[in-house]
Design a protein around this ligand. Structure first.
Ligand code: DX5
Ligand code: ZN
Length: 231
């Protein structure tokens, strides 16, 4: 491992921030070194929770220049992709389990000019993503059941990260391996050691204490894990 130098990026999830003061959350996260922002879109059908839609993504877009990583936990990502790209999403990740034609939806998102990711729930085997890997910019491995922030990291995600790392390296693909859910300093180190390159953090960044200090701790945990991966 370690032949390709990798950029390790941290993306705070705004789902855990104070929606009435998002501008402040964004500014603090940027001051703490956030590389991107993760936006969790939930429709109350694909997941048992409702969060926000394109209007909020475009409000966030006006407050930051960092890339926006839009995680679509919705039943019809094909139907709503354009609205989220128009709102300023840089990457749209939709779920393999959403029940749409996945290859076609990948083409739709790319045709709109956005980067494309596919996400898998904890119970979905990584192997189902393999036929798509050469077309993706982002593999999103979920380490909690989608729907809510603040859940505990499910270690079943780790072998999937390793499998993704091996498969992408074999293809020579620079795609990001995203780990989403329950990222703390401990799980960030484990995930980085297993090959993740993009770390979504909600509660560990916005759940209490200083956002800047929380982010710095996550960063050093990620660096430790990446160092372990290189040994
Ligand atoms: C869960 C979301 C996650 C979540 C992360 O459905 O996809 O992005 O907001 O929050 P934490 O880090 O608190 O698990
Ligand atoms: Zn998410």
């Amino acid at each position: 491992m370690g032949a390709v130098p990798r950029t390790l990026r941290i993306a705070p999830s705004l789902l855990s921030a104070d929606f009435a003061d998002l501008a402040d959350a964004i500014a603090r996260a940027e001051a703490g070194g956030a590389d991107a922002f993760h936006l969790d879109v939930m429709d109350g059908h694909f997941v048992p929770n409702i969060s926000f839609g394109p209007a909020l993504v475009s409000a966030v877009r006006r407050r930051t220049r960092r890339p926006l990583d839009v995680h679509l936990m919705i039943e019809r990502p094909d139907r709503y992709a354009k609205a989220f790209v128009d709102a300023g999403g840089d990457t749209l990740a939709f779920h393999l389990e959403a029940g749409v034609d996945v290859a076609e939806t990948v083409r739709t998102v790319r045709g709109l000019g956005a980067r494309v990711g596919v996400a898998i729930r904890p119970e979905t085997p990584f192997e189902r993503l393999v036929p798509l890997l050469d077309r993706l910019d982002e593999i999103m491995v979920m380490s909690v059941h989608p729907g809510f922030s603040g859940q505990e990291f499910l270690p079943e995600a780790l072998p999937k990260l390793r499998a993704a790392r091996t498969a992408l390296d074999a293809l020579g693909s620079p795609a990001d391996i995203v780990i989403d859910g329950g990222i703390t300093t401990a799980s960030a180190t484990e995930a980085a050691a297993a090959g993740a390159t993009f770390f979504v953090c909600g509660n560990s960044v916005f759940g209490g204490g200083s956002v800047e200090a929380n982010l710095r701790e996550i960063r050093s945990a990620v660096d430790q894990g990446a160092h372990r991966a290189l040994r």
